[in-house]
Design a protein around this ligand. Structure first.
Ligand code: CO8
Length: 258
């Protein structure tokens, strides 16, 4: 198994559990975290024994944003030439689903990382925000776009312009997170959700993710056509036969492409 400096990895029941492991800096996202995570997520996409990943943070934060101590020395030219943080696009391009298990602070790049994931399950102690304005900058890992798509202009402007932090209850109310659960049950509930997904057929898992993600980019007509083609294509799989046959025979499906 590859050794990481900034991450912990544990694979169980077709689920990859990834932990951001820089608790002393509240899991601040530096270039090394980005590089390791981008490479790991590409490996997991190719791993036939993994169907879904979970990402969480060690200690009291999910991630308190991009690493300010690393970032502060940069100039416009170095940012522009290095295309600093561009590898986050590779993480966001994961084909298999990723669940963010938000255990604490998810601020700035941490909130943006959670929004790159497909499902956000938050502990009732989690805190979200886009405080970059307080540092004289703006969201830079997609937050202005993904947050607005998730919660609408009114809430996104409020959060991005005031930089205020919100609790899990408000994040749930505005549609930023999928579910809020008691802190002491976060791990178990996330594992249950991940294992439920992992029990299904991989082609349908990938297709579900791809078509919902496409809805954010395509017109309704194009999106519905895209959905229909993927739906139709799944009738070429053995797992479609097995899934429907199992329903008719009142038994559990035994998917092979999983
Ligand atoms: N970067 C680096 N170090 C951090 C960060 C961070 N984002 N957040 C916390 N730390 C460090 C602190 O410096 C401190 O280290 P030390 O012990 O050496 O002083 C340690 O973590 C613990 O933090 P605090 O003592 O501050 O803990 P508190 O409980 O008092 O406060 C907070 C917790 C409220 C989370 C506070 O740490 C905080 O406000 N952190 C910064 C949050 C923030 O501003 N995040 C946005 C960063 S900018 C960003 O994410 C932009 C993303 C886009 C970049 C794209 C580039 C192209």
């Amino acid at each position: 198994m590859t050794a990481f400096n900034t991450l912990l990895l544990n694979k169980k029941n077709r689920v990859a559990y990834i932990t951001l492991n820089r608790p002393d800096s509240l899991n601040a996202l530096n270039a090394e975290v980005m590089t390791e995570l981008a490479s790991l997520i590409a490996d997991l996409d190719r791993d036939p024994d993994i169907a879904v990943s979970v990402i969480t943070g060690a200690g009291r934060a999910f991630a308190a944003g991009a690493d300010i101590k690393e970032m502060e020395k940069h100039s416009f030219v170095s940012m522009y030439l290095d295309d600093y943080f561009a590898k986050w696009d590779r993480f966001a391009a994961a084909r298999k689903p990723v669940i963010a298990a938000v255990n604490g602070f998810a601020l700035g790049g941490g909130c943006e990382l959670a929004m790159m994931c497909d499902i956000i399950i938050a502990s009732d102690k989690a805190k979200f925000g886009q405080p970059e304005i307080k540092l004289g900058v703006t969201p830079g890992m997609g937050g202005s776009q993904r947050l607005t798509k998730a919660v609408g202009k009114a809430k996104a402007m409020d959060l991005v312009l005031t930089g205020r932090m919100i609790g899990a209850e408000e994040a749930d109310r505005i549609g930023l997170v999928s579910r809020v659960v008691p802190a002491d049950q976060l791990e178990a509930i996330v594992a249950e959700a991940a294992e439920a997904i992992a029990s299904y057929s991989i082609p349908s898992i990938l297709a579900c993710k791809e078509m919902v993600a496409a809805s954010l980019e395509l017109s309704t007509t194009e999106g519905v056509r895209f959905e229909r083609r993927l739906f139709q294509a799944l009738f070429s799989t053995e797992d479609q036969k097995e899934g429907m046959n199992a329903f008719v025979e009142k038994r559990a499906a035994d998917f092979k492409d999983r």
